[in-house]
Design a protein around this ligand. Structure first.
Ligand code: PMP
Length: 367
């Protein structure tokens, strides 16, 4: 049988594994930071309506520039951040993963490098690899905050073309203070200047505010967002960015023509009509997240402060063994490979209860 290594694949892909959170069929799945609430029925109806309209035009290519969608996304960002964002500042693609890929195709690539402060979202490094961008793993403190002095030193030393800052960070859950982001932006400008990508996939769940206002006067800053989490639409694949209009112009150089299907654009527009309802679910999930933190602490686990829809908990001598024990009780959480720690996504109250029962039992077994 032919294997990958028998094919003339690029050297940097040899021996590597694809991104793969297990998709197991268990009663309680709290492993991929999805929103546990299905879209409300009136929204499902509205999606059907808008998709039916779009279907009548499917013989034509979609709006290549997704003007209506970007306008509505800009309004959402303006309304929720108080910072004026317009059509020219916004770009959208199939998930923020594609947004990040387009950014690395534009600002990274062969002979260039990107830095991220790890542990962080593993796809940043994988997309770097896929786009031929060199990857630099920057440091964090033991409590998973960014070690600013060490990060500034790494930027000055490596002079990366792209700097990733994930806030709230995945898988650790903690937000990065605004001053740290500002300091890293300054360091990146002094070193190169380079593009700074603030990945705000989880910002709607944060106790604090979005960093969108920092875009003012900072043309090398990009804020990346997604409808996968707060909008409960992971299956839609809709991510977007806000930045200086020049950045939006630049990513046009690499985007595939008509990359965002008419069906996706219609669906996203329907979801944006229901923003108010969807953000109410976010409030419930924030309360559940805070409950998970409190209960995990009460059980005797350590927890990393969370501004996201998930919680990192530990510490374990053998995190993977504990992951398996929780799975044996019908609950799937995530082992991100952070030694000593696991991550649980906030689910419905019932799912969270099932998770808490499972970890209570595991704790008892261990003590
Ligand atoms: N950024 C971060 C930090 C994430 O955790 C994720 C999803 N897990 C993404 C980006 C990608 O999300 P999507 O492609 O679904 O928009």
């Amino acid at each position: 049988m032919t294997g990958i290594d028998d094919l003339p694949v690029r050297d940097e892909l040899r021996g590597k594994s694809p991104y793969g959170a297990p998709q197991l069929d268990v009663p309680v799945r709290l492993n991929t930071n999805e929103n546990p609430y299905p879209l409300p029925e009136p929204l499902v109806e509205r999606i059907a309506e808008r998709v039916r309209e779009a279907a009548r035009d499917l013989n034509r290519y979609p709006d290549r520039d997704a003007v209506e969608l970007r306008t509505r996304l800009a309004e959402y960002l303006t309304d929720t951040s108080g910072h004026p964002v317009g059509l020219a500042n916004v770009w959208a693609a199939n998930g923020s993963n594609e947004v990040i890929q387009q950014l690395l195709q534009t600002f990274g690539g062969p002979g260039r490098t990107a830095i991220g402060f790890e542990p962080s979202y593993s796809m940043h490094a994988l997309i770097a690899r896929g786009t031929g961008t060199g990857w630099i793993s920057g440091p964090r403190n033991d409590d998973f905050t960014i070690d600013l002095a060490a990060a500034e030193k790494a930027i000055a030393e490596h002079r990366p073309d792209v700097v990733f800052i994930t806030t709230p960070n995945n898988p650790t859950g903690n937000a990065v203070p605004r001053e740290t982001v500002l300091a890293l932006y300054e360091a990146a400008q002094a070193a190169k200047p380079s593009m700074v990508i603030v990945d705000e996939a989880y910002v709607e769940f944060s106790h604090g505010d979005s960093l969108l206002p920092l875009l003012e006067g900072r043309p090398h800053l990009v804020v990346s967002r997604t409808m996968s989490k707060a909008f409960g639409a992971a299956g839609l694949r809709l991510g977007y960015l806000a930045a200086d209009p020049a950045v939006v112009d630049a990513v046009q150089l690499v985007r595939l023509p008509y990359h965002l299907s008419a069906v996706a654009q219609a669906t996203a527009l329907a979801a944006l009509e229901h923003t108010g309802t969807l953000l109410k679910y976010v409030e419930q999930l924030k309360a559940e997240r805070d409950r998970l933190v409190a209960e995990l602490l009460a059980i005797g686990y350590e927890v990393t402060a969370s501004d996201a829809n998930f919680v990192q908990f530990g510490r374990f001598d053998d995190a993977h063994a504990v992951w398996q024990k929780i799975l044996d009780r019908g609950v799937l959480v995530r082992d991100n490979g952070v030694p000593g720690w696991l991550r649980v996504t906030a689910g419905t109250p019932e799912e969270n209860d099932a998770f808490l029962d499972a970890v209570r039992e595991v704790k008892k077994e261990q003590s």
